[in-house]
Design a protein around this ligand. Structure first.
Ligand SMILES: Cc1cc2nc3c(=O)[nH]c(=O)nc-3n(C[C@H](O)[C@H](O)[C@H](O)COP(=O)(O)O)c2cc1C
Length: 160
């Protein structure tokens, strides 16, 4: 399966996760800063990832380049999402950016796969939680980095 992983990252944590994910599925990791419309469309599975900043916003490169996503033809396309965040320092907006990406791709009529359990996380509120599940894979490189590899592997096995 041809997999493209498009990410934004300020500090490098999300970039690191994106490259780990892409390695595990022989995919390509592409920074949203340099992504082309073809990167969104020319794959069988599109994975999008962003850290959350501010009080629950998308990473700035995602914000600046959001029109690339909005212009992509994703109707019926299989899309999976991941988000990086810090549940201890930001428990009221944990991985909210993943919820923003979810609303964006849902508006484009993409088929979102890879919802996950909220068990094992400790936070108060997340817009990435819908009907008791995360809309994608929530990762916390600040306080639970030791769980990331296992979480990524388990998640990929459900979406590939
Ligand atoms: C100023 C600031 C605001 C943040 N706000 C949130 C937040 O609202 N929710 C959250 O889950 N994480 C928040 N984080 C944590 C980052 O999302 C987390 O550290 C992430 O791994 C950073 O990814 P990056 O290194 O790819 O930029 C914030 C971090 C900083 C420095």
């Amino acid at each position: 399966m041809i997999v493209n992983v498009i990410f934004g990252s300020d500090g490098g944590a999300t970039k690191g996760v994106a490259s780990r994910i892409s390695k595990k599925c022989q995919g390509r990791a592409v920074d949203i800063k340099t992504a082309s419309p073809a990167d969104f469309e020319n794959c069988e599975l599109l994975i999008l990832g962003s850290p959350t900043y501010g009080d629950g916003t998308l990473q700035t490169d995602w914000e600046e380049h959001i029109d690339k996503l909005r212009g992509a033809r994703l109707k019926g396309k299989k899309v999976a999402l991941f988000g990086t965040g810090d549940q201890e320092s930001y428990p009221g907006s944990f991985v909210d950016a993943m919820g923003i990406l979810y609303d964006e791709v849902t508006a484009l009529e993409a088929v979102v796969v890879g919802f996950t359990d909220t068990k094992g996380y400790d936070y108060l509120n997340s817009t990435a939680e819908r009907d008791g599940r995360f809309v994608g894979l929530a990762l916390d490189q600040d306080t639970q980095s030791g769980l990331t590899d296992k979480r990524v592997t388990a998640w990929l096995s459900t979406i590939l």
